[in-house]
Design a protein around this ligand. Structure first.
Ligand SMILES: [Zn+2]
Length: 322
């Protein structure tokens, strides 16, 4: 990578939303800091990309099986197991799973999983239109209704975790009293995961929705980080900035300096820019400060749409929800 021009603005998410509301571009000359917020994770994006290829292959194979209940059940259970195994065997040796980088990587994989399962299971319910409301389904429902759905925004790692729990319960039933009605249990499991997929999709429809999800994910991130010094779980918020990185390598240098206000020039400038939230968080137990960056690809899309008048954004809702 060549030289990166980096600038940051001290702000909160609310201020970011208000800036969006006013259609302001975040101006790069206000302050400078050594940050690297990209569209991609600064650490371990290759692991997310690797997992994405594998998940896509597995989902395609499940689809090719004809989407009968038993094959789809086995395929989805195996896929969930594969993701858990990948996180432990490939992510963990490079990034602590309870550190900020490890959590961002596994959350990224969970988002991939959620979008792919949504596509797969929408096809499953289209092919299998009649739900099996038999004994096996009823037994599964009695168990899984005890698992609460997290309140508020429903994120990819929620979907992955709940699907995994549903799967464990389904397997337990299939090994015991549910063995008499495997199709009821398996179909019930797949419908339950489909419900989660619909919930996930509802919260991730537009770039504005996904930007709000990113902010909620950041809150969850702070609660999940474990201090590597003392083992305490949950960090205190210290500071957050919004950083802009402009790629000033050969291809972008002239584009960024250009005064052209035409639509194509604006779009090209955005292609050379990435935003991220830069965090300082502090361990409440030992005082260790942890520094990390969360990329904001959907914030970039929102800014670009405002700049070229591509889309109207419900800014009032954004401000209200942040
Ligand atoms: Zn600590």
């Amino acid at each position: 990578m060549g030289t990166m021009k980096v600038a940051t603005i001290r702000t909160t998410a609310r201020v970011v939303a208000i800036a969006l509301a006013a259609g302001f571009m975040l101006l790069p000359w206000l302050s400078v800091d050594a940050v690297d917020p990209g569209d991609h994770l600064p650490n371990g994006q290759d692991l997310v990309d690797w997992a994405t290829v594998e998940i896509d292959q597995r989902v395609e194979e499940i689809g090719l099986s004809g989407l009968d209940i038993a094959a789809t059940y086995t395929g989805v259970r195996d896929l969930l197991g594969w993701v858990e195994d990948f996180n432990r065997s490939q992510v963990a040796p490079r990034y602590r799973l309870d550190g900020p980088f490890g959590i961002l990587i596994t959350d990224g994989i969970a988002d991939t999983l959620s979008t792919r399962l949504s596509t797969l299971l929408s096809e499953f319910v289209r092919v299998n239109q009649d739900e099996k409301l038999t004994m096996g389904r009823q037994m599964l429902e009695l168990i899984v209704t005890r698992f609460p759905i997290p309140p508020g925004t429903f994120l990819g790692f929620h979907l992955q975790h709940l699907s995994w729990l549903y799967g464990l319960q389904s397997d337990s039933l299939l090994a015991a009293e549910g063995a008499a009605d495997p199709a009821g249990v398996q179909d019930g499991f797949l419908r339950r995961v489909w419900d989660l997929c619909q919930l996930y999709t509802q919260f991730h429809e537009t770039p504005g929705d996904r930007y709000l999800c990113r902010i909620q994910q950041e809150n969850w991130l702070l609660h999940r980080i474990v201090c590597e010094e003392c083992g305490y779980r949950g960090m205190d918020f210290q500071n957050q900035m919004t950083g802009l990185r402009e790629d000033t390598t050969a291809a972008c240098r002239e584009v960024i300096r250009s005064q052209d206000t035409g639509r194509e020039a604006i779009l090209k400038r955005f292609a050379c820019r990435n935003w991220g939230h830069i965090f300082d968080v502090k361990c409440p137990e030992c005082g260790k400060i942890i520094h990390f960056t969360v990329p904001l690809p959907d914030y970039k899309i929102l800014q670009r749409r405002i700049a070229v008048g591509e889309d109207s954004i419900d800014i009032n809702r954004l401000i209200k929800e942040i």
